[in-house]
Design a protein around this ligand. Structure first.
Ligand code: ADE
Length: 247
C-alpha cells in the first residue's frame, strides 16, 4: 500500500514513519510512504500558507491553493487519484472497522490541517472523507494522521511478521485481548496463571477466551453487549459469564 501525507511538518511525519516496524516495512517494500511539504506548492513569493479568517475570529486558516497543487502532484506521482482523508476533530471517529476497510485501498492520501483548519472549499472540492481520532482537540493533524497511518499500515500484508499478530488482538475480534505474561514464572511474588504453564493447548485457549470475556465486561461493557447482539458469544461464553458475576 502507498500512503502520501500532505503536511506543513514533513520531518515530524518522516521521523515517526521511519522507525520501528513501519520503518522496516518500508525498507523491505511492504509499505510505501511519502511526506509532502504543502508550503513547497504555494504560488506566492512569501511562501505563505495561511491567512486570517473571513468574518474575523482567532487563528489562521490554510489556503486552498497550495493544498490543491500538492494533491495534484501526489495524483501525478501515484498515477491515480488516491482516496483523500482530512484529519479533523469534525470527522467521523476512527474505528478498527474503518481502518480495516481503508487498509484494502491501494493508495491513500492524508491531509494534515493546522491552526484553525483548512479553507472549507478544499473539503468540498477535494476531500473524500473526514476522520477524527477522538473527541479532543490537538494542535494539528500530524499526530492524528500518524495514528491513522500506523493503524492502517499494521493491517497491510507483509508489515507485521505473522498475520496472527493482528487477528487475535483487541478490537479485531470485538473483545479485549487476554492478559499476556513472559518469564520469569514468578516476579516479586506474583505468579503466572497455572493454566498458561500447563502446556495443554485447549485449556490455554479456553482460559484466554474467559479472560477476554471478563476483561471486556469489566472495562468495556459496551463492547460485550455488542458482541452479544451480533451473535459472537457462544453458549459456553454466556454460561461462563453467568457463573462468574461482576463483584
Ligand atoms: N486535529 C486536531 N485534533 C484532531 C483530532 N482529534 N482528530 C483528528 N484531527 C485533529
Amino acid at each position: 500500500m502507498r500512503i502520501d501525507i500532505m503536511t506543513l511538518f514533513p520531518d515530524m511525519c518522516e521521523a515517526v514513519m521511519g522507525e520501528s516496524i513501519l520503518g522496516r516495512a518500508r525498507k523491505k517494500g511492504a509499505l510505501e510512504v511519502h511526506c509532502h511539504q504543502i508550503r513547497d506548492y504555494t504560488d506566492n513569493k512569501q511562501k505563505q500558507v495561511d491567512d486570517y479568517p473571513y468574518g474575523g475570529g482567532l487563528g489562521m486558516v490554510m489556503y486552498a491553493q497550495p493544498i490543491d497543487a500538492c494533491f495534484r502532484a501526489v495524483c501525478e506521482q501515484t498515477g491515480e487519484r488516491p482516496h483523500l482523508v482530512y484529519l479533523t476533530p469534525q470527522g467521523q471517529v476512527l474505528t478498527q472497522q474503518r481502518a480495516k476497510e481503508l487498509a484494502g485501498l491501494p493508495n491513500l492520501c492524508l491531509l494534515c490541517g493546522h491552526y484553525e483548519g483548512v479553507d472549507e472549499r478544499v473539503v468540498e472540492a477535494l476531500v473524500d472523507e473526514q476522520i477524527s481520532i477522538g473527541d479532543y482537540v490537538l494542535t494539528g493533524g500530524e499526530l492524528p494522521a500518524l495514528v491513522l497511518a500506523d493503524c492502517i499500515a499494521r493491517l497491510t500484508p507483509g508489515v507485521l511478521s505473522e498475520e496472527a499478530c493482528f487477528t487475535e488482538e483487541s478490537h479485531f475480534s470485538g473483545l479485549l485481548e487476554y492478559p499476556q505474561y513472559t518469564r520469569p514464572a514468578v516476579w516479586e511474588g506474583r505468579e503466572v496463571p497455572a493454566e498458561l504453564l500447563s502446556g495443554h493447548h485447549a485449556n490455554i485457549d479456553r482460559w484466554r477466551r474467559e479472560q477476554s470475556l471478563l476483561r471486556t465486561r469489566r472495562q468495556r461493557p459496551d463492547m460485550l453487549e455488542r458482541a452479544e447482539r451480533e451473535g459472537r458469544l457462544s453458549e459456553k461464553d454466556r454460561e461462563f459469564l453467568k457463573l462468574n458475576p461482576l463483584d
